[in-house]
Design a protein around this ligand. Structure first.
Ligand SMILES: CC(=O)NCCCCNc1ncnc2c1ncn2[C@@H]1O[C@H](CN(CCCNC(=O)Nc2ccc(C(C)(C)C)cc2)C(C)C)[C@@H](O)[C@H]1O
Length: 284
């Protein structure tokens, strides 16, 4: 009895050890830079039945992975996105979109770590859009391999300012846009698109779409500042740019009551508040 028990025990562990070796072999297929660290052909060096041999192999693999991760400055975006998604806590009513999604890493992170109804990424440049197709396939393969579920998502090639996305962006309720380097022209065009967002929709950006101290005046009623609240997200721990400088992010929430509050001030104090607004706006 003991003998057969030992056999099944060894066979069970052998299978698990073999699965670890298979997984590392698959990763080495995708990441050639890992192979030298794993003595190029992993299977011949390690004995699945020996705990020491397997733990040495796992330590060597983990060290090699850490080495590669340090090279990727996108790590900051990953930890930042993790924290921001935790704050926003998406629900199955939310539709996530990354405007200018590159190879799609932020979309995949949202798809893998939230329960949004669906996640979108729009990328206009050929090369990242082409990589996005490969990464999309690889993501689906790995998620299947580890039996992980993820949101319905789509990485599309196109210009998010183009008319064909006029029906898509207004349906989104969690809009991520790393617009730091967009400039006023693109930001202005995005504000026109954001004017059609639904109540409660959120925009998270690396540059604000309205001043932090926005106050409605008779001259800026049509500005999206009149339909949104803005908060500066505390520059989050770990959220540093590759220069190491803490960086700031902005959470805009579509909130029609924001307009009423401001308008009430205008109407309740009558001319005085209009005049004081006028003075504030003119910055005199
Ligand atoms: C009129 C005019 O000037 N037109 C030209 C400008 C066209 C604008 N339309 C665009 N459409 C589609 N894709 C375009 C267009 N503009 C440029 N991109 C692409 O954005 C990609 C770069 N992306 C990042 C890709 C990875 N995704 C992220 O890093 N997402 C992300 C989002 C938010 C955050 C926080 C929460 C921190 C705010 C963090 C990360 C940003 C910087 C814009 C590049 O691959 C560009 O090709």
């Amino acid at each position: 009895m003991a003998h057969s028990h030992r056999l099944t025990y060894r066979r069970k562990h052998r299978n698990q050890a073999q699965e670890i070796i298979d997984t590392i072999s698959f990763v080495c297929e995708d990441f050639v830079e890992l192979r030298p660290a794993m003595n190029n052909n992993i299977a011949q060096f390690y004995k699945p039945e020996s705990y020491e041999s397997m733990s040495t192999m796992c330590e060597k693999y983990n060290r090699a992975i850490d080495g590669i991760r340090q090279l990727v400055y996108g790590e900051t975006s990953f930890s930042l996105m993790t924290q921001i998604l935790k704050i926003l806590n998406p629900t199955p009513d939310d539709v996530f979109i990354d405007l200018g999604s590159g190879v799609g890493q932020a979309v995949l992170q949202a798809a893998a770590s939230t329960n949004c109804k669906e996640c979108w990424g729009i990328e206009k440049a050929d090369i990242p859009a082409k990589f996005a197709k490969e990464i999309d396939k690889s993501f689906r393969k790995w998620m299947k391999w580890f039996g992980k579920s993820f949101c319905k998502y789509q990485l599309v090639k196109g210009d998010f300012l183009a008319p064909e996305y006029e029906g898509l962006i207004p349906k989104c309720t969690l809009i991520f846009v790393n617009n730091f380097a967009f400039g006023p022209a693109v930001d202005h065009q995005l504000k026109q698109i954001f004017a059609n967002l639904v109540e409660g929709a959120k925009i998270v950006s690396s540059r604000e779409f309205m001043p932090l101290n926005f106050r409605i005046s008779s001259r800026n009623l049509s500005d999206i500042g009149s339909m949104m609240r803005i908060e500066e997200l505390a520059s989050l721990r770990g959220g540093v740019s590759w220069t190491g400088k803490p960086v700031k992010y902005y959470l805009h929430t579509v909130d029609s009551t924001a307009e009423n509050n401001q308008t009430e001030n205008l109407s309740s104090n009558g001319a005085k508040s209009t005049l004081s607004n006028f003075i504030d706006d003119e910055g005199v």
